[in-house]
Design a protein around this ligand. Structure first.
Ligand code: SAJ
Length: 433
């Protein structure tokens, strides 16, 4: 996307993280004057130099172009603008068994906008939020500045539904749900998104849009839990769960998800809590799904411990600590929980992850990670792992054992080079073909 000619509208984006920065760069490239606001000094400095703090395909090029064109500038404080777009994190606060959504960042961002709010402005909330946040928190806080939502200024909730790793493409191509404080606000927000969204734009009310976002991720979490539970049953039955799921999915109305080492990321493992925390009695299936998915890292660790039984001072190489393949994001990663579990059981762990370089420089060092290792444990399905050459790895490892929790590796190839290959949820295989 090249930078288009300037549109005389200023957009102030609060929060320059995984959603705010890509959105800022796309809007700036569409010709808007964009002011990105973040409280982190290093981040503001990085962006103003045309650099990025997040790895996302295509993001760096776009940020660089946007900054050089003068359309994107980062600062610490908001300024008067035509549109304010809030994309700050909404984390969970956990105290013992109690889980609550922390809306402190949203509150702070809205309070920072209020003094600058003028008649005719549009305020958009993109942060994932509990249903009712726009109407019950954001609008009343903005109204403390003296203007009235719906008559003096517009407000809308516009959930972001891009898939990490495909953010720049999906930001433009996905369809978009816009929930207005009132119909006029929805139409005003639609006019803005029309500048870069190529997918369909569907208007609704704010509360529905807030719930749509959560329901999508809940759907996914519950379905992954179903796949994980079926895989445990298959294991007991001596059935290959991956093959069973493949066959079941040949049915035109069945779409079983994939089992694995657990559910990570800042969305699917987090968003169900936005509903569970407020409606615990009504969220029985949601809570159970969370529990099933949260148990997976322990199941993986126990499998590895069983395989290494009797080996003195065992060493395990974790392949991939990102929460899924081909990204550098380790937030809520099940792999890090597997790491903790294994270390807690006295097993020495090394990490090989060519995407996640923030943990330590060693994570990209193949030889250091695999040398004298007793077990290669694949946890994230990065493409690079499919092209690893087991013959070379086998030469430097102490034992040729590989555990694949994502059905990612080519079994025959690893076995050909002397590896014992263990696939999570495989059961005792019966080849009846
Ligand atoms: N996972 C499985 N089995 C599956 C699918 C996923 O174990 O069959 C695991 C993944 O390995 C990962 C986790 O679930 O650990 C989540 O991965 P994901 O690819 O399903 O989703 P996210 O968290 O990267 O992105 C989701 C997307 N939501 C939906 O697909 C409904 C994305 O569109 C949202 O924008 C994003 O959450 C978000 O920001 O909410």
């Amino acid at each position: 996307m090249s930078v288009k000619k300037t549109i005389k509208q200023k957009i102030c984006i609060l929060g320059l993280g995984y959603i705010g920065l890509p959105t800022a760069s796309v809007l700036a490239s569409s010709g808007f004057q964009v002011l990105g606001v973040d409280c982190k000094h290093t981040l503001v400095d990085t962006i103003n130099r045309g650099l990025v703090h997040i790895h996302e395909p295509g993001l760096h090029t776009l940020v660089q172009a946007a900054v050089h064109s003068g359309n994107l500038v980062a600062r610490f404080e908001p300024e008067p603008a035509d549109v304010f777009l809030i994309a700050v994190p909404t984390p969970l606060r956990k105290e013992g068994d109690r889980v609550e959504v922390d809306l402190g960042n949203v509150e702070a961002a809205v309070k920072a906008v209020t003094p600058h709010l003028q008649k005719g402005n549009l305020v958009i909330l993109e942060s994932t939020s509990p249903p009712g946040t726009l109407e019950d928190l954001v609008a009343p806080l903005l109204e403390q500045g003296g203007l009235k939502a719906g008559s003096d200024f517009y407000a809308a909730y516009c959930p972001e539904r891009v898939l990490p790793g495909r953010t720049m493409k999906e930001l433009i191509e996905n369809n978009r749900i816009i929930g207005g404080y009132d119909p006029a606000s929805a139409r005003k927000a639609e006019a803005l998104y029309r500048h870069f969204v190529e997918g369909e734009i569907i208007l609704t009310d704010a509360r529905t849009a807030e719930m749509v976002k959560l329901a999508e991720n809940i759907y996914r979490d519950v379905n992954v839990a179903l796949a994980n539970e079926l895989s445990t049953i298959c294991e007991k039955l001596g059935i290959n769960a991956w093959e069973m799921i493949r066959l079941a999915n040949l049915h035109p109305r069945v779409h079983l998800h994939q089992p694995g080492p657990g559910v990570g990321g800042h969305c699917i493992s987090v968003d169900p809590w936005f509903v569970i925390s407020r409606y615990p009695d009504e969220s029985r299936m949601l809570s159970l799904a969370r529990r099933i998915n949260d148990e997976r890292p322990v199941i993986v660790a126990e499998l590895v411990v069983r395989l290494l039984e009797g080996i003195p001072d065992p060493v395990v190489t974790l392949m991939g600590v990102a929460y899924k393949g081909n990204i550098d994001d380790t937030r809520e990663s099940p792999a890090l929980r597997v790491l903790d579990e294994l270390r807690g059981r006295g097993i020495t762990c090394r990490i090989y992850d060519p995407h996640v370089l923030a943990l330590s420089e060693e994570t990209n060092n193949l030889a250091a990670a695999f040398s004298s290792s007793d077990c290669a444990l694949l946890l994230a399905d990065h493409d690079e792992f499919r092209y690893l050459y087991p013959r070379e790895l086998g030469k430097i490892m102490r034992r040729r054992v590989v555990v694949d929790t994502r059905s990612c590796l080519e079994r025959a190839l690893w076995e050909e080079h002397g590896f014992t290959y263990h696939l999570l949820a495989l059961g005792l295989e019966r080849d009846c073909r």
